[in-house]
Design a binder for this molecule. Structure first.
Ligand code: KIV
Length: 265
């Protein structure tokens, strides 16, 4: 399917069936997830900063990191739509946003995602005018946790709910094909979804409140046991399997037989 056909198929899911999005940061994981046929969108999320690169949050992720991982994911030629995150300070102006979105497309991304509502409307418009599909991201914005008061639930007051609605309207007006709604009170996420014609994708915003959901791959499979968000949908425990495999293998190692007298000369 072409990128346009994939986006049309995802848009057609509204009200018909939930849309599934997972993060992927490398070639084998992408192949495995894509071979299930169960995933509509794969996201090279800047969560790779924590899940793969060992940073405490997403703010240290660079465009170079994203290009490197997006290129690896694209080598799997997934049937799912390949979305790549734009890291912090790679879309500070509309011109910079277009240049960097084009760089991600040049290594195989089919769409890009950037965080923010009204504050990034010009950047969204510029990228979309350049012919690049964009997924928006509103609610909790991990790239801005330092200024925005940490990982707290959004939409708890009427004022915050109103701001979220303005952000949704801003990204819709810019022409995004979908929007992630992160860590937003379930009732508010449901209201935003009901009032929108585009595909909303929830994470930490309640179950069955959006048109689809996104999960971080490592949360889904138990691959990052040191921090598991309360909204993680953990369906496997691969960290235990990895440790057990390494221990079983190491325990089974044997030494070569001691040299006999004949072997000494
Ligand atoms: O970087 C990421 O993985 C994300 C998802 C949590 C939506 O932005």
């Amino acid at each position: 399917m072409t990128t346009k056909e994939k986006i049309r198929a995802i848009a057609a899911c509204k009200g018909i069936r939930p849309v599934a999005q997972l993060t992927a940061y490398d070639y084998p994981t992408t192949r495995l997830l894509d071979e299930t046929g169960a995933v509509d969108m794969l996201l090279v999320g800047d969560s790779l900063g924590m899940m793969v690169l060992g940073y405490p949050d997403t703010t240290s992720v660079t465009l170079q990191h994203m290009l490197h991982h997006t290129e690896a994911v694209a080598r799997a030629h997934p049937q799912a739509l390949l979305v790549a995150d734009m890291p912090l300070h790679t879309y500070d102006t509309p011109q910079q946003a277009v240049r960097n979105a084009e760089a991600l497309i040049s290594v195989g991304a089919e769409a890009v995602k950037l965080e923010g509502g009204s504050a990034v409307q010009e950047q969204l418009r510029a990228i979309i005018s350049a012919g690049i599909p964009v997924q928006g991201h509103i609610g909790l914005l991990p790239q801005h946790i330092k200024e925005d008061g940490g990982y707290r639930m959004r939409g708890k007051t009427d004022e915050e709910a109103e701001t979220l609605l303005c952000d949704l309207r801003a990204v819709e007006a810019a022409g995004v094909f979908s929007v992630v709604i992160e860590c937003t009170r379930a009732e508010v996420a449901a209201r935003l979804t009901a009032s929108s014609s585009i595909i909303t994708i929830g994470i930490g915003s309640g179950h069955g409140t959006c048109d689809g959901e996104v999960q971080v791959f490592h949360d889904l499979v138990g691959g990052f046991p040191w921090f598991v968000p309360r909204f993680a949908a953990q369906h496997a425990h691969i960290s235990q399997d990895i440790k057990a495999a390494a221990q079983t293998w190491a325990k089974g190692l044997i030494l070569p037989p001691p040299p006999s007298n004949n072997d000494l000369h």
